[in-house]
Design a protein around this ligand. Structure first.
Ligand code: G1P
Length: 913
């Protein structure tokens, strides 16, 4: 993708599959690595084996933590060695003594290696002559298990007489109990010992609203490499650490006290627990080594320890599951592969490709930076994550999309609490509900991508239910009569569950906002838009940025209706009769300049469809509906271009993105400085709101006001002051998170928009800056991948779980490599720049299309500079394809691809001249 970065210090890829190495990882703080499986085990591990192990908000095996705890808390996975006559050493590097050596020459040499999805730390003590290699992973599959193998090696010249003890704190309860009766909940612990380790099954799950019998069990078990069990156990934490001791200087290890013999079934009540596992003393001759396997498990009821240990509790079991797991993740990630002139950049993309899958599995919680939420995903993220799934796991997407639409309310807003099951949305009974005004815009974007990739236009005509709860009129009204017993499906006047087409859902989501405008005739900001931090403008705030997005959607929907007419011969559409009010030009047209006219029409619609519909459908001429939408879009574009364009004194210009809660324009050149947002520019560029002649002016203004050579494209300039009339984001220090950091999600969308508008070099520059910032380890201090944002110091923050990864993957496939669907056919429109071609003039991508694996190889015979090459010929598996040029690029009919075998990889050789 870009030129190889020289890393003075930092990780480097070791091969071609994304594996990397980092020397002295613990001299960087905040590093952690995800270990996870589809069965719900969610772990994180730091170079010192800190991190957490959980399967949900209420089921943490180790204590829940925040990123600061990675270095400040002592409660981490540990593996201790007591060396006869020489003291103690932590193979994880976590002893008071080793921690104190960090800035001295005594510090252990350490090397970290990691890959998809495994983690290994090798640490040596030169003084003691011992080396420990600890490999961690979560086996793929359904078991909620994390595995650790510790291999100790005598790397000195004298025999070593050592006693190993594993120590993993067993918190065994809900994250809520950390600040809600941590001590009292330890009294609920029932701790059982067995031949291999310690298991805790708390008697009750603590909840003041009603304590329930708990069944979930948590265990830490250990065996020697050959499967032999330990010689003793320390199940109670206070006994293990001793009076005056601590987890990084525990009495049981320091004084090498004898462990209680494991007695199968022995039960202890109360007390914080620990998987303290004492292995037999061993003498290691120079060069000799010995391995131990640890199994951390969470189960729905008492753990079947013999079965668990049979599967995982030996070196052979460990090694074979590690292989399977590595193959599983490699397979998943290799669905999409890039080959440019730069192998490091291509491998970095493998980690980016993995990120959307991680977000599907972790939601926005359970990694150290993500110390909030209870595991669910938000509405916006639900749709964004589908973007990547459309590329990586397209088979699943149709039903996912269909299910997601069941969350739409009849007022165009949507449920925000998303249940465990697909299509399950839950009424919010406790909090004051909030409407994020951007929520209605994303589903269509994702659906349009799906329609283009698949050609499945019938999807639009499929029916789905609507969500209903106590709220209507976009949460401004609460219906006191509604009760949970009424269920969360919208019903007709006759009490039947109402269903409408997906097209109807999409229309509602995009039509209602058109009328829901503020004092400047832009769509109201409501609870916030994409920027969750703009949450203090609910009365008079307006999001001009998303007005652009909705306007572009209306235009695209109108075009889609034309397509339905042409391709499917559809002459009419059936919509809930109340919706005709919103298609005003089909009945009583209103003046779009009139704000009060729009609002009163919206009120009329709200009263007509107040949490209930008649059930009657209006049959409308499709061309008239399309024309109504196009008319609205055109009005909005005109309004945005004439009323929201800011001409700067430097000769360029940009779009104002917002009005605050005092109905004041947010952006512009003020005495105190320039106020500008990137969001305000991205949506006009991404759709059609920015006129062609405005594009270069916006780019110039972004470069001038938002690009900071140290941290990249900022989300906004420094506004100064806390902006109580706009949102909490401005309370954040400038240069952090949603206040002026380089926020990857918006930056990638900016790049995407530039590519779409044909500003390829400019788009490349943006993507390149993201890559460079993320991989500049000296400053970013993060493993390969894209962070949620880069802060003022250049540090990569909230690593792994970010929607920007989906957007980056999408941009690389659809824009940079230009491999995308056009109503089901395959479109090739490469926008590669010269840095992205290899020395032999080729660049290639492997991806799925029409359920076939394709390898598209671009071969440049002449110039490799964008703009100077064009497609000359295409060979599909060696045979020439008749070229069909369209405005957007070169079209290859779907049937040609679909006719290929479902097995193997098919090669499309594209010659560029
Ligand atoms: C996060 C949220 C996303 C939100 C954004 C800005 O971004 O997940 O929904 O729009 O903050 O507030 P992400 O982590 O996806 O990069």
């Amino acid at each position: 993708m870009v030129q190889t970065q020289k890393q003075k210090h930092g990780w480097r890829f070791t091969g071609t599959n994304g594996d990397f190495k980092l020397e002295q990882p613990e001299s960087s703080s905040y590093l952690y690595f995800p270990l996870v499986n589809e069965g719900g085990m969610m772990s994180s591990v730091s170079p010192k084996l800190h991190g957490q192990v959980a399967s949900g908000h209420n089921t943490f095996l180790t204590p829940p933590l925040s990123v600061e705890d990675l270095h400040n808390s002592r409660a981490s996975r540990n593996f201790w060695i007591h060396l006869e006559g020489q003291g103690v050493w932590s193979a994880a590097g976590n002893s008071a003594k080793q921690n104190a050596e960090v800035y001295t020459d005594e510090a252990d040499p350490v090397e970290l290696e990691a890959g998809l999805l495994w983690h290994r730390v090798t640490r040596s003590s030169l003084q003691l002559g011992i080396t420990a290699e600890i490999t961690s992973f979560v086996p793929c599959g359904q078991d909620r298990v994390e595995l650790m193998k510790v291999t100790l090696k005598n790397s000195g010249s004298e025999p070593l007489e050592l006693t190993p003890t594993a120590a993993i704190p067993l918190y065994a309860r809900s994250a809520d109990d950390l600040r809600d009766h941590r001590h009292v909940t330890s009294l609920l612990h029932r701790t059982y010992t067995s031949a291999y380790g310690v298991e805790v099954q708390p008697a009750l799950s603590f909840d003041e609203r009603g304590h329930r019998i708990n069944h979930t069990s948590y265990g830490v078990f250990g065996a020697e490499g050959n499967g032999a069990g330990p010689v003793g156990l320390f199940p109670v934490q206070e006994q293990f650490i001793g009076e005056g001791g601590s987890l990084d200087w525990p009495e049981a290890v320091v004084l090498n006290t004898e462990a209680a013999e494991a007695v199968d079934g022995a039960a202890l009540e109360g007390y914080e627990a620990i998987g303290g596992i004492r292995f037999a003393q061993v003498i290691l001759q120079p060069g000799a080594s010995k391995s131990y396997v640890l199994v951390l498990a969470i189960d729905e009821d008492r753990i079947d320890v013999p079965v668990l240990m049979e599967r995982y509790g030996s070196e052979t079991g460990f090694d074979s599951h590690l292989k399977q797991t590595q193959a599983f993740w490699a397979d998943k990630v290799n669905t999409v592969q890039f080959e440019t002139g730069d192998s490091a950049a291509d491998q970095w993309m493998k980690w980016v490709t993995l990120q959307p899958v991680l977000r599907r599995l972790y939601g926005n919680s359970f990694l150290p930076y993500h110390d909030y939420g209870r595991g669910g995903r938000g509405w916006r993220d639900l749709w964004q994550d589908c973007l990547a799934l459309l590329i990586m796991e397209p088979g699943e997407v149709r039903s996912l999309l269909l299910n997601n639409y069941a969350g739409v309310r009849i007022d165009g807003s949507n449920a925000t609490i998303i249940g465990q099951q697909p299509g399950e949305f839950i009424a919010d009974r406790n909090n004051i509900p909030r409407v994020w005004m951007d929520h209605g815009a994303w589903p269509f974007l994702t659906t349009l991508l799906y329609l283009n990739q698949s050609g499945d236009l019938e999807f639009l005509l499929q029916e789905q239910t609507y969500f209903r709860d106590a709220f209507s009129s976009r949460c401004k009204q609460r219906n006191p009569d509604w009760s949970a017993a009424d269920g969360s499906d919208l019903r007709t006047a006759a009490g039947e569950i109402y269903k409408g087409t997906i097209l109807e859902h999409i229309l509602l989501q995009n039509l209602v906002p058109f009328f829901n405008v503020g004092e400047h005739n832009n769509i109201l900001l409501e609870g916030a838009d994409w920027n969750d931090g703009l949450d203090m403008g609910a009365q008079r705030g307006e999001s001009v940025a998303f007005t652009s997005f909705y306007a572009s959607n209306l235009l695209e929907i109108s075009r889609l209706l034309d397509t339905l007419q042409q391709r499917k011969g559809l002459k009419t559409v059936e919509l809930a009769e109340e919706m005709v009010l919103l298609l005003d030009t089909l009945g009583e047209a209103i003046d779009y300049e009139s704000i009060s006219g729009k609002l009163s029409r919206l009120e009329a619609y709200y009263s007509a469809a107040a949490n209930e519909v008649s059930g009657n459908k209006a049959v409308l001429e499709i061309g008239r509906v399309a024309a109504d939408l196009a008319g609205k879009a055109e009005w909005m574009f005109e309004h945005l271009r004439s009323s929201e364009w800011i001409t700067s004194t430097s000769g360029d210009g940009w779009f104002n993105g917002y009005y605050n809660n005092d109905a004041e324009r947010v952006e512009g050149e003020f005495a105190a400085g320039v106020r500008m947002t990137l969001t305000g520019q991205v949506f006009p560029l991404l759709g059609a709101a920015a006129a062609p002649e405005q594009v270069p002016q916006i780019i110039a203004a972004v470069e001038r006001n938002l690009l900071d050579p140290n941290i990249g494209y900022r989300l906004n300039t420094r506004f100064g002051g806390i902006q109580q009339n706009l949102g909490r984001a401005f309370g954040f220090a400038f240069g952090h998170k949603e206040n002026g950091a380089m926020f990857s999600h918006m930056t990638v969308m900016y790049a995407n928009a530039l590519y779409k508008r044909g500003y390829v070099q400019e788009g490349y520059k943006v993507l390149d800056s993201l890559y460079r910032l993320s991989t500049d380890f000296e400053r970013s201090r993060m493993y390969p991948g894209i962070p949620e944002y880069i802060n003022e110091q250049g540090r990569g923050m909230y690593t792994y779980l970010t929607g920007s990864a989906s957007w980056l993957l999408l941009t690389m496939v659809n824009e940079v490599f230009g491999v995308k669907g056009l109503l089901g056919d395959l479109l090739l429109a490469p926008k590669l720049v010269k840095q992205q071609f290899g020395p032999d003039g080729t660049a290639s991508i492997e991806t799925l299309f029409a359920d076939r694996r394709l390898r598209v190889v671009y071969k440049a015979a002449g110039s490799v500079e964008y703009g100077e090459y064009q497609i000359q010929s295409v060979l599909l598996n060696g045979s020439e394809v008749t070229l069909q040029r369209v405005e957007e690029g070169l079209l290859i009919e779907r049937r040609l691809i679909a006719a290929l075998s479902a097995e193997g990889i098919h090669c499309l050789e594209v010659e560029l001249v």
